[in-house]
Write a protein of this length. Structure first.
Length: 94
């Protein structure tokens, strides 16, 4: 099968998962380098694991506070890396 060259412009994005570990921070730094060269945007994503049977041990207030803390950590990470590398980074929680 032959590949077709398209004339439409696609916005390129690099999806970077994070759990705030050293390894995922290194991955984000590498993605920032690639994005700077290619002009791609970065989407930083954190996946929240379903609490399942443990949900009953956390009040709605505690769950909300955990969500806010997570959002603050993502915003801080995005802000520092977008300024340092000069690339566009957004974040998502799934």
């Amino acid at each position: 099968m032959a590949l077709k060259k398209t004339t439409s412009v696609k916005q390129h994005q690099i999806l970077v998962p994070t759990d705030f570990s050293e390894q995922t921070t290194i991955a984000l730094e590498q993605a920032c380098g690639v994005a700077k060269v290619t002009g791609a945007d970065i989407v930083l994503i954190n996946i929240i694991e379903d609490l399942g049977v443990f949900e009953k041990y956390f009040s709605k207030k505690e769950q909300f506070e955990m969500q806010i803390t997570l959002e603050e950590k993502l915003k801080k990470l995005v802000d520092s890396h977008s300024r340092k590398y000069g690339v566009n980074i957004t974040w998502r929680i799934e």
